[in-house]
Design a protein around this ligand. Structure first.
Ligand SMILES: [Zn+2]
Ligand SMILES: [Zn+2]
Ligand SMILES: [Zn+2]
Length: 257
């Protein structure tokens, strides 16, 4: 849905070569993915650009939302869910760790209020805490904490996919969760390391350790030109771009009782 760092690319007021390039692959809305499984659409994070992302990708239904962490670039599109409520005529379940859920409920209390009868004016959301492996619309989702500067982000294993956006260090327990993953989507804002994000080369070191079949770099800032990055990456690692679709085989998974 989106592959940009928190400001998006182009960045407001910037006339750098990437922001001025005119290359659609350098136009990045704020980061988010949509997972299609069992005919259901599961959205990961509600980017401030959710409206335009949904229009561009012809998304007319959201069956559930999972959040990684409560930073503005990952949650501020929550109000756009009201349009999906309008068409679907039911609450949309949202899943997050308790802290993220608490922040969202404080910021958007009107989306959870009893007297909220919907219509087009307010989202109607049903909150669920996600503490460990959880079946969400029959998709097995496993959150695992990773360091994101001074805070934690909950990276997600979604069966054969790991979505690991905002992270500068993965604890050993997280490395275990990622074992055997088919597709890794990993965030890197700059080439060089950042206080709360991987640099490109750190992301590639992680790829070396995990050895997924395919990797996509996301959450990219205006310091990264798509064509240049593409020319520098190993064959199984790709620069993601808005609108990119990838197919991932579903492993045989079950939820231990
Ligand atoms: Zn972010
Ligand atoms: Zn720029
Ligand atoms: Zn963040």
């Amino acid at each position: 849905m989106g592959t940009g760092a928190s400001t998006g690319v182009p960045m407001i007021g910037c006339d750098c070569v990437v922001c001025r390039s005119g290359n659609p692959r350098n136009e990045r809305t704020r980061s988010s993915i949509l997972v299609r499984a069992n005919g259901k659409n599961i959205l990961v994070d509600t980017s401030p650009d959710l409206r335009i992302q949904s229009l561009k990708n012809h998304i007319s239904r959201i069956d559930a939302v999972v959040f990684t962490h409560p930073h503005a670039d990952h949650i501020l599109g929550i109000d756009e869910l009201r349009t999906f409520n309008f068409w679907q005529k039911e609450e949309i379940p949202i899943y997050a760790d308790p802290e993220t859920l608490g922040t969202i409920m404080r910021m958007f209390p009107y989306a959870f209020s009893e007297e909220n009868r919907g219509g087009l004016t307010r989202p109607r959301l049903a909150p669920y805490e996600i503490l460990g492996p959880t079946l969400i619309r029959d998709l097995l989702v496993t959150p695992f904490p990773v360091k994101h500067g001074p805070v934690y982000n909950h990276a997600l294993r979604l069966e054969g996919v790991v979505y690991l956006t905002d992270c500068n260090e993965v604890p050993e327990a997280g490395m275990e969760v990622m074992k055997g993953v088919d597709t890794l989507i990993v965030g890197a804002v700059l080439y060089e390391p950042h206080a709360s994000h991987f640099g490109i080369w750190q992301a590639l070191e992680l790829v070396e350790r995990i050895r997924p079949r395919q990797t996509f770099l996301t959450h990219l800032s205006h310091r990264i030109d798509y064509e240049k990055l593409k020319s520098e990456l190993p064959p199984n690692v790709h620069a993601a771009f808005d609108g990119l679709t990838v197919s991932v085989p579903r492993p045989d998974v079950s939820l231990a009782s």
